[in-house]
Structures are given as structure tokens and as C-alpha cells.
Design a protein around this ligand. Structure first.
Ligand code: HEC
Length: 106
């Protein structure tokens, strides 16, 4: 099981490297850019390592090469943890910190 710090590191990489510019702020994808959220970690890592080795199966994938080329194995791992375990914080936020105070209003 991945630690939450890997998730956070992956998230920082995703936004820091501009992945969100094409794949979306929720990794939901858009038009020709595939969705990445909650996809299999092994598949994501396989693709990123291929792009890093400058291998593309079709022309549109060449777009990915400059973004993958600088990534270390650890960074790929962290990115894939973040994407695989992705949760939409916008919808999570409301119920996480909910606590009842006092006697519950008797
Ligand atoms: C300039 C736009 C662009 C940016 C920025 C970008 N990507 Fe991509 N990405 C693409 C395109 C285009 C494809 C290939 C789509 C296809 O195969 O049809 C792709 C494919 C992928 C795939 C394979 C998904 C699949 O279904 O085959 C992964 C994983 C991925 N990108 C991760 C990333 C990560 C991580 C970053 C940031 C480091 C990133 N991308 C930045 C455009 C982009």
C-alpha cells in the first residue's frame, strides 16, 4: 500500500510538470487527451516509461515524450500512485472534518 506522502508527491509532480494542462485538473482527460484518474498503475507506468524511452505508437503520442523524458523511476512511481488512487477533493472535503460538539443538542 502506498503512503500518503507518495500520493502528495505525485500530485505535486502532476501539477508542477503541467500534466493537468492536457489531462485535466481532475485527470479526467479531454478531447484527444486520455483520462488518467483511477487507471491501473502498471499500465500508467508502462506507458510513461515507453514515452521516456522516446517510443510512441502513433503520432499524437509524440506530444508526451518531452513530458516523460525528465522523469525518474521514483517520480513515475509517485505519479502513478497519485493517478491510480486519485480522489476528487472537491467532493471529499465536506465530510472529512465533520465533528459534533457539545452534548449533541439535547
Ligand atoms: C501537451 C499535452 C500533454 C501533456 C502536458 C501531458 N500529456 Fe500525457 N498524453 C498526451 C497525449 C496526446 C497522449 C496520447 C494519447 C493517445 O495515445 O491517443 C498522452 C498519454 C499519456 C498516458 C498514457 C495514457 C493512455 O491511455 O494511453 C499517460 C500515462 C500520460 N499521458 C501521463 C502524463 C503525465 C504524468 C504528464 C505530466 C508529466 C502528462 N501526461 C503530460 C498529452 C499530454
Amino acid at each position: 500500500m502506498a503512503s500518503s506522502s507518495d500520493y502528495e508527491a505525485g500530485k505535486n509532480l502532476y501539477f508542477g510538470k503541467g500534466c493537468n494542462g492536457c489531462h485535466g485538473t481532475k485527470a479526467e482527460g479531454m478531447t484527444t487527451y486520455p483520462a488518467l484518474a483511477n487507471r491501473a498503475k502498471g499500465f500508467l507506468a508502462y506507458k510513461l516509461k515507453r514515452f521516456r524511452s522516446e517510443i510512441s505508437d502513433k503520432q499524437i503520442q509524440e506530444m508526451m515524450i518531452p513530458f516523460a523524458i525528465g522523469l525518474s523511476d521514483k517520480e513515475i512511481d509517485q505519479l502513478c500512485i497519485f493517478l491510480n488512487e486519485y480522489v476528487d477533493e472537491q467532493t471529499e472535503r465536506y465530510d472529512i472534518e465533520y465533528t459534533t460538539e457539545g452534548d449533541g443538542g439535547s
